[in-house]
Write a protein that binds this ligand. Sequence first.
Ligand SMILES: C[S@@+](CC[C@H](N)C(=O)[O-])C[C@H]1O[C@@H](n2cnc3c(N)ncnc32)[C@H](O)[C@@H]1O
Length: 215
Amino acid sequence: MIVNERIVSYIHSLERSNGPLLDEMEAYAKENRVPIIRKEVESFLKVLLTMKQPEQILELGTAIGYSAILMGGCLDEKSKIITIENYEKRIPIARENIRRAGMEDKIHLIFGDALEEMKKMGNESVDFLFMDAAKAQYPFYLDEALRLLKPGAVLVADNVFQEGDLVESRYVVNRRDRTIYTRMREYLYRVKNESSLVTSILPVGDGLTVSVKER
Ligand SMILES: C[S@@+](CC[C@H](N)C(=O)[O-])C[C@H]1O[C@@H](n2cnc3c(N)ncnc32)[C@H](O)[C@@H]1O
């Protein structure tokens, strides 16, 4: 946990329910160890989406559809979400949850590799991108995101602090986590120094970046 535990618990105690389906999905995720967004990230996303009202959203990493359905609930009729997941076992579960949420027309779930699917998409076709798939791929997702984002579009990336590992020396990080460590540092450097983006790095949840593509 990168933020004081008591503060996080206090923030959580103030959160309202997102309805029976999302509550049930949250319990399922906990029981089955499916990683989904944290409560503080949830409300932050809701605020951003309510402000921006994007028409075309792209999500990398669907899992069981929790964040996609949460985002879908903040959008108006004409907005659409494309969400990409490569773990086959999660696809029918996500599809069923999307059906139960009554969002089959709003959320288009793609079974595939996030980077490969991004490559198939058109230039400047996305208003809001939520990056939450393979952490070691973030710099590669960024290459594609720069092409996909419309001027004024928002890019949010989750888990950028890797439970605090990111500020440790590379040598104290587990060998198997070192690729993620190196790539995440590269992502943060690039997202802060890319001339077409204005970016803020926030200690929310496990760390978030919020970038806006300049108009
Ligand atoms: C943190 S979970 C996503 C949680 C989801 N956004 C939510 O909050 O409800 C990350 C997901 O990304 C998927 N994933 C990992 N690598 C991927 C890839 N290369 N392409 C697509 N999905 C990938 C994982 O299988 C996992 O379900």
